[in-house]
Ligand binder design. Structure first.
Ligand SMILES: Cc1cc2nc3c(=O)[nH]c(=O)nc-3n(C[C@H](O)[C@H](O)[C@H](O)COP(=O)(O)OP(=O)(O)OC[C@H]3O[C@@H](n4cnc5c(N)ncnc54)[C@H](O)[C@@H]3O)c2cc1C
Length: 320
């Protein structure tokens, strides 16, 4: 054992260390972000099964059960997936309206902000059931509740951002999407080419310090109908206005899709399934600093934010 370790593994490891490219700060952040939950035990070689068994099963509250028995059943009965896929290529206006009215887009938003305040279990059950009737409706419901900016806002948004956006997201006045994937950066999202450059510009008639954004995002679910996008970009400050150096790291901002310079491209039809999905482009879009999600405190924290806040959503949405 020690012979293998000392004479074989160590020299090979030292040799490999020398030829591998060094890990960048963003890559390190990506690896360190998030948690491994109980699954980490499996890799310890001696998993603590008692710890797993001690976790109580999740149960639905009476409100959550009533939502499943009421609005979710009603929604499933309203949907004609054949018509969506073969004729309309979208949910019907009645279904969109029903989703907003019954707060399907605000399931995880706390009640004090006008949402339903549901648990992850309830969210998962709703998405599972809706998806069994219609993939298009399932994806439409799951994105605002998980991959959209709502969850990021609850964890990291400033009080002013939460007060403004959460009630509007909860009742469907705003339809969100999240733009991470770039034209040339998919799995390796950290190598995105989208930038936000710190500079002075004009916002609502005033000269303010802000960000000049240039981006090309693709495959963005709800992108074609979104009114607000969570945008991940690399923030740079070449003139050192903020006194924190030039490269500030991946940052997230909330951008209304009507902001001058934002363009919604033609829809993608992923797997010939007609949920709303498409590219979003930004050319020299100027936004004030306080559009950064979480304000200046969250500059450069984009990757950690995404990994921390979106993990629960991914674990629910994608399997459902
Ligand atoms: C239906 C749908 C909805 C989406 N919604 C959103 C959204 O709302 N917001 C958003 O930001 N993005 C969204 N995406 C984009 C999604 O995040 C990307 O598709 C994903 O990250 C993969 O990137 P890619 O498609 O560019 O594939 P690539 O990264 O180009 O991968 C192509 C293939 O190469 C393989 N591969 C890649 N890297 C490696 C490697 N290092 N080693 C070995 N194999 C590798 C992959 O497994 C894959 O088979 C969506 C995509 C789809 C299909």
């Amino acid at each position: 054992m020690s012979f293998r370790r000392n004479r074989l593994t160590k020299p090979i490891f030292n040799w490999a260390k020398g030829i591998m490219p060094p890990i960048s700060a963003t890559e390190k952040e990506a690896i360190d972000a998030g948690t491994v939950w109980w699954d980490g035990e499996l890799f310890s070689g001696t998993p603590d099964w008692d710890k797993l068994l001690a976790m109580p099963p999740s149960r639905l509250s009476p409100d959550e059960q009533a939502f499943l028995d009421g609005p979710v059943n009603e929604l499933c009965a309203m949907i004609d997936e054949w018509k969506i896929v073969s004729e309309d290529h979208d949910l019907s206006p009645e279904v969109w309206d029903f989703l907003k009215r019954k707060k399907f887009f605000g399931m995880i938003i706390p009640k004090e902000y006008g949402g339903l305040g549901f648990s992850h279990t309830a969210h998962s059950e709703v998405v599972r059931k809706v998806s069994s009737a219609s993939v298009v409706a399932g994806v439409t419901v799951m994105v605002p509740n998980s991959l959209g900016p709502g969850e990021l806002m609850m964890h990291f948004g400033t009080e002013a951002q939460r007060d403004h956006w959460l009630p509007r997201l909860a009742d469907g006045r705003e339809i969100p999407c999240f733009g991470l994937t770039s034209s040339e950066a998919g799995s390796d999202a950290a190598s995105m080419t989208d930038t936000g450059t710190v500079e002075y510009g004009e916002h609502e008639g005033k000269r303010v310090l802000g960000l000049r954004l240039n981006f090309e995002k693709r495959y963005i679910t709800l992108g074609p109908v979104a009114t607000v996008m969570g945008l991940a970009f690399k923030m740079v400050d070449p003139e050192n206005h903020l006194g924190r150096g030039e490269k500030l790291g991946i940052t997230v901002a909330l951008i209304p899709t009507t902001t001058p310079g934002v363009r919604v491209g033609d829809r993608h039809i992923p797997q010939y399934t007609f949920f709303q999905n498409g590219p979003l482009y930004g050319k020299d879009v100027f936004v004030p600093m306080d559009w950064i999600l979480g304000g200046e405190a969250q500059i450069g924290q984009g990757w950690t934010m995404l990994m921390t806040a979106l993990a629960a959503g991914r674990a629910i949405s994608l399997p459902s």
